[in-house]
Design a binder for this molecule. Structure first.
Ligand code: PMV
Length: 327
């Protein structure tokens, strides 16, 4: 066993065809397959050490010890069971992502955790196997094992639910301008929101069918470097996902007034010939999908509404890697 913490760095990803709803909430098997772009700007560094002298697992986030989270334990247990030992672990994680505000901090966090924990346990796994372990912490983390465009094959079991690269490196000129509208943790977790959508939205079966078709069209668009179609499908897919929370009982939404202002801006820029699209996850922040030639004009418009530090340009990012101690 390693004497020091083993560290891994994973980047966030934003889904262009979203995952929304679980078939199996313990193993995190999704109702539909999904596809994302890994981003370069936001990431998590996580260090893990298994230690026979520890009696229980310890979790430190951004320098503070916090109570162990069940999902972290689920990931560690998956690694321990593969490695065939029971030692407790110390886990230290530093997030370079605004937490829980629809910026997928759990994606980078669990991808980094799975990779560091497997290496610390001397397991030699490929990306597909790592993605199945990351999935035990959070669904979107399955995709953050890889860089570029990534598909999460939903599957129907632990073995068949894993991620795979669609295109990395990304040749297409594509970026996402993240507009940070809130840094507060969301009030309703994606887990609860998905469950309520599956159980109470009459539109849920239609979502599953449409997401399946969106994924096929999205892969075709990526293979032909068709930016307009990628943006168009991503935008409609995101709004159809948000329609599930609006049509749940009780109904709720992650959009706030600022989200709507950004959406209106994107629509009006597009009417004026600037090719851009929006997507949103389980939080109010909006990501604008665009190309480099339009980046500065979009930013100029955003600066009239929001402070500079809340406007972050992200490009396609890399897959997970083992790093030296970042502290
Ligand atoms: O993996 P979770 O529990 O963070 O859920 C992610 C859900 C969305 O971000 C809204 C969609 C997605 O596919 O990433």
């Amino acid at each position: 066993m390693n004497n020091h913490l083993v560290w891994a760095r994973a980047h966030t990803n934003i889904a262009l065809v979203k995952y929304w709803g679980k078939l199996d909430s313990q193993l995190i098997i999704p109702q539909n397959s999904s596809l994302s772009l890994t981003l370069d700007h936001f990431y998590t560094d996580t260090g893990v050490k298994f230690d026979a002298t520890l009696s229980i697992d310890q979790l430190w986030i951004d320098g503070n010890q916090v109570p162990m989270e069940q999902k972290v334990k689920d990931c560690l247990d998956a690694v321990r069971s593969l490695a065939g030992f029971h030692q407790a672990a110390i886990v230290k994680s530093y997030n370079h992502v605004p937490n829980s505000a629809g910026l997928a901090s759990s994606a980078s966090a669990f991808a980094a955790l799975a990779t560091a924990a497997c290496k610390a346990a001397n397991l030699v796994l490929n990306g597909k196997q790592l993605s199945r372990i990351a999935r035990r912490g959070s669904g979107s983390a399955t995709r953050s094992i890889f860089g570029g465009f990534v598909e999460w094959h939903g599957g129907n079991s632990d073995l068949t639910s894993y991620a795979e690269v669609v295109a990395d490196p990304v040749e297409l000129d594509i970026e996402m301008i993240t507009v940070i509208l809130s840094r507060k943790p969301k009030k309703i977790s994606s887990r609860d929101a998905m469950q309520s959508s599956v159980e109470t939205s009459p539109y849920y079966p239609a979502w599953r069918n449409q997401a399946h078709l969106d994924l096929i069209e999205m892969k075709r668009a990526i293979n032909t470097n068709d930016f307009k179609t990628i943006g168009h499908i991503a935008e409609t897919n995101a709004m159809r996902m948000h329609a599930l929370t609006l049509s749940a009982d009780p109904s709720f939404t992650y959009l706030n007034a600022d989200s709507l202002a950004v959406i209106e801006l994107v629509r009006s820029l597009r009417m004026n010939g600037i090719d851009c699209y929006f997507t949103m996850d389980a939080g109010p922040n909006v990501k604008i999908i665009c190309q480099q030639l339009n980046e500065s004009i979009i930013i100029t418009h955003l600066q009239q509404l929001f402070a500079d530090e809340n406007i972050v340009v992200c490009k396609p990012g890399p897959g997970v890697k083992i790093i030296n101690d970042p502290r």
